[in-house]
Structures are given as C-alpha cells and as structure tokens.
Design a protein around this ligand. Structure first.
Ligand SMILES: Cc1cc2nc3c(=O)[nH]c(=O)nc-3n(C[C@H](O)[C@H](O)[C@H](O)COP(=O)(O)OP(=O)(O)OC[C@H]3O[C@@H](n4cnc5c(N)ncnc54)[C@H](O)[C@@H]3O)c2cc1C
Length: 460
C-alpha cells in the first residue's frame, strides 16, 4: 500500500497506478518460454513529465523500473527480473505530427505501428518496419526490431531519425534531428535504439516515412528442397530486382500454416516474396524473378496482385508462430535468431534442419532470407529439463556456427535475459565497455536490471 501511495503522488490517477493481480500477471511475462515474475506495481504513464518524475523517485529509492510496450518481445525482455515497477507506455499513443513533405512522423512511444501506418497511408506514405506483431514503436526502437521488409527498408536503427528519452535520474534528453543525415558527435540516438530499456525510457520518436509503391506483387514460390529455396533467395538478393520482402518457410511451417489458416499451400520449402515499384518496372521484375527461381529449381509459382490476396499471403506468414502454438497444445515457444552473411544462408539452414531433426523437438524453420536471418521455432515444455537442455544445445550449435562464419547470435529479437551468455560469447571483449556505458547512463542500475549486459550468474 505504501508503494502505491508513493506512486500516486507521482502519477495522481487511481486508474493508472495498479497492483491488481491480473494486471501484474499481464506484465510478468512475454510470449515465450521464459519463467514469469510479477512486478510490484504497474504504472501507465501519459506524459514525459510523469516518466521523468517516476524515474527520479525510483533512482532515489533504488526501485527497478522496466519499460513495457506491447509485451511482444521474445527473450524475457519485459520480465521484471528484480521486481519493481512495470512502466507501461501504451497510453502514450499520440501521433504528435505528420510531415508528409519531409517524409517523417513524430510519435509518442506507445503508438502501435498499425496506427502510424493508418495515418501515414492517408498521405500515400508508410512506415515499413514490420516485425509481424503489432508492437509499439517505442518497443520496436528499444529492440531495434526489423522483419519482412528489412531487405528493402532497413530496420529500426535506419528509420529512427531522432528520439526523446528520459534517463534514470529523470533528465529528459533528445538525440538526432529532423534532417535526413547528421555527423554531429557520438550517435546516442543509435545507442538508445536496441538498448532494451536499460539506458533510458524512450518517450517520443521521429521516424522516417516512405512512399507506398505504385505496384506491388506478392509471390509464393515452392521448391523441391531447402537448398534450392535458399539458393534462389541468395540469387534474388543480388539480382537488383525490386524485392521488398523475401521470406523462407520450410515444409513443416507450411503444413502448420495450412492447418491453422485453412490454406492449401504446397507443403514444400517456399519463398514468400514481394516485388514493389512502378507499374512499368514491376511486371518485368516479376518475370525476371520467376526465371531466376526456375533456374534454381522452382516447382510452383503463384503471383498475386490483388491486395486482398496479398494480405492473405502475408497474414499466413505473420501467423506462423500462432499456427505452431496451436499445433502444440500445452507447449511454449522458443525461437533462435542467428543472422549470417547472406551467402552463408543455404549452408546454415541445411545444418540447422539436420540439428533440429537430431534434437527430437518439434522444430520449424523460417528465415528473413534476404537478410540472412533465420529462426528455428521450437515448441517445448519449459518444465521438462530434457527438452530445455535439447533446445539450448541446438541454439548453442547454431550460435557457434553463426559466429564462426561472421554472423551474430541475434539478428532482431535482442538479448533480453535469454541471450546474455551469447552476448558474452560474441562480444566478450566489448562487454566491459558496454557495462561502462550502462553505468554512465544508469549508475544505480534501476533500468530493466538483469538484462543485456547483466552477468548470467546474477540471474540464477
Ligand atoms: C508473432 C511474433 C513475430 C515476431 N517477429 C519479429 C520479427 O520478425 N522481427 C523482430 O524484430 N521482432 C519480432 N518479434 C518480436 C517483437 O515483436 C519485437 O521485439 C517488438 O519490437 C517489441 O515491441 P513491444 O512494443 O512489444 O515491446 P515490449 O516487448 O513491450 O518491450 C521490449 C523491450 O523494449 C523495452 N521497451 C519497451 N518500450 C520501451 C520504451 N518506450 N523505452 C525504452 N524501452 C522500452 C522493454 O523494457 C523491453 O526490454 C515477433 C514477436 C511475435 C510475437
């Protein structure tokens, strides 16, 4: 009660400061296999000033604060590992400004990407970063999210021009500008992007918008085996064609999608791709892409121009995780997330398929093939130590291989608490420097403690 009374002095609204059990439970977990832990209270901020007052108080009291967007991250990012306050940003949901001629939008951190796209769409513009889930733009910036369109438009770091953040001591800072580029000093904007709530709370973002292409064609291309599908993906990336999305789904994934969505896609390794540009250019590009895929052994090619049919295709892709969860009742999901140089993708995926079969786990493979980023999606019972150990062995082997070929342990999901050991493996020499950065921004260690640069041992 004392905690709630303190919080109500900072955010004087009974409905936005809560210790109700159901709300604590909603903020105790993400969508993955990580064990939940409740915060002591949940605060819904509405203004930067409220965030600043809360952080000033939390720093003085030594109370942990974990920013919370839509809670769709996958590595235990939002789990309050040390209790404290879950700071929910979803009520900061105002689109502050749209400047179509400058191709930018200013939004509060809790705006959902779908809401920004609806508003930008009225001006023939889009915000293309697409992690599948309808996440908040603050959460997407905090995880440096990317997704199906990254092959064309880049991820969050490319698309955040500027941001406002509140530091642990309550100071409000702004990094970046509205200009398309800058060389002014250290790039703290990029440092906040991907910092997973450990360096500050992002309250506002200035984002790049992009024109919606005149013509868009979605394609489903099926192949005899994964090798052929991967080889076609690598060829498409280097082709110079107007590829806007380039996704790989293995046969097991297609089977799960068919069962969940009532589709009848050929149950073979497939590329889902999108070509987008001018009406005159895209027609030729579709034919060139088809020839290229046939050269790599494409068995079936289905192109869709109709917006509804294209939406159905991408909905099927975006619902892969739900299809797998649906097909494995009682199990939870763990996703690997390595990213390799794109020429290494065929070998990496071939190896992953064999390792997945050896693991004895239900394992599907999907890839943002254009970026060399692939996921083995594992359905497991987190209470079964044998299944957990098998999943960890598999992930270890994939990370080891990715690092050996010049890749990374996480292409887009981030470190959270699940990949701390892998960060040590990938950047062990840089970790002391990263911890110095953390201390400079958050000397008391109140911001999302136990994540990213925490030592793994500290979590046990
Ligand atoms: C079905 C499915 C598919 C997915 N596919 C992809 C994909 O293709 N690519 C991809 O990148 N991700 C993917 N994800 C993961 C997820 O959608 C992203 O991590 C998302 O960017 C997180 O946004 P959020 O609003 O849910 O943030 P949350 O999960 O609420 O928070 C994520 C992290 O950011 C911090 N945070 C949140 N808001 C702020 C803020 N305002 N300031 C500072 N820190 C903050 C939190 O403390 C936490 O550490 C997928 C998830 C699902 C469920």
């Amino acid at each position: 009660m004392e905690l709630r009374a303190d919080l109500l002095r900072l955010v004087p609204d009974e409905r936005r400061v809560t210790t109700s059990e159901s709300v604590l439970d909603q903020h105790a977990q993400d969508l993955s296999y990580h064990r939940p832990r409740r915060p002591d209270a949940v605060v819904y901020a509405k203004t930067t000033e409220e965030v600043a007052a809360l952080l000033r108080w939390a720093s003085e009291q030594g109370v942990p604060v974990v920013p919370f967007g839509a809670g769709t991250s996958l590595e235990g990012h939002v789990i309050p590992a040390r209790g404290g306050i879950s700071l929910d940003l979803t009520r900061m949901d105002r689109i502050v400004e749209l400047r179509p001629h400058d191709l930018l939008a200013v939004v509060q951190a809790g705006v959902l990407r779908s809401a920004l796209n609806a508003a930008a769409g009225e001006h023939g513009l889009q915000f293309p970063v697409d992690p599948g889930a309808d996440a908040t733009l603050g959460g997407m910036a905090a995880t440096n999210a990317s997704g199906t369109t990254t092959v064309r438009y880049g991820g969050m770091r490319t698309n955040v021009l500027a941001l406002e953040a509140v530091l642990a001591d309550g100071r409000v800072v702004r990094a970046g500008s509205r200009a398309a580029k800058t060389s002014a000093g250290y790039d703290l904007r990029s440092l906040f992007v991907g910092s997973e709530g450990t360096l500050g709370v992002i309250t506002e973002l200035t984002l790049r918008l992009h024109g919606i292409p005149e013509a868009v064609v979605g394609v489903r291309a099926a192949f005899a085996d994964l090798d052929a599908a991967c080889a076609a993906a690598v060829a498409l990336v280097g082709s110079g064609l107007s590829v806007a999305r380039l996704e790989l789904l293995d046969a097991l994934t297609i089977a799960a999608v068919n069962a969940y969505k009532g589709m009848a896609y050929a149950e073979a390794p497939s590329l889902f791709l999108e070509l987008a540009g001018s009406e005159a250019g895209v027609g030729g590009d579709v034919e060139a892409a088809r020839e290229l895929c046939e050269g790599e052994g494409c068995l079936a090619w289905a192109a869709e121009r109709d917006p509804t049919a294209r939406a159905r295709l991408w909905e099927a892709r975006h619902h892969v995780l739900f299809a797998l969860v649906h097909g494995s009742p009682g199990k939870l999901h763990k996703s690997t997330d390595v990213c390799v140089p794109v020429s290494e993708l065929p070998g990496a995926v071939r190896r992953a398929r064999l390792l997945a079969e050896d693991s004895g786990l239900a394992a599907s493979i999907i890839a943002h093939a254009g970026d060399g980023n692939y996921h083995v999606l594992l359905m497991l019972d987190p209470a079964d130590p044998a299944e957990l150990a098998a999943a960890e062995r598999l992930n270890d082997a994939l990370v080891e291989h990715a690092l050996a070929v010049g890749g990374t342990c996480t292409g887009e999901h981030g470190i959270g608490q699940g990949k701390i050991g892998y960060l040590e493996r990938e950047h062990g020499d840089l970790l002391p420097l990263m911890r110095d950065v953390k201390r400079a921004f958050d000397p008391q260690g109140i911001l999302n403690p136990g994540k990213v640069v925490a030592s793994e041992a500290a979590l046990r």
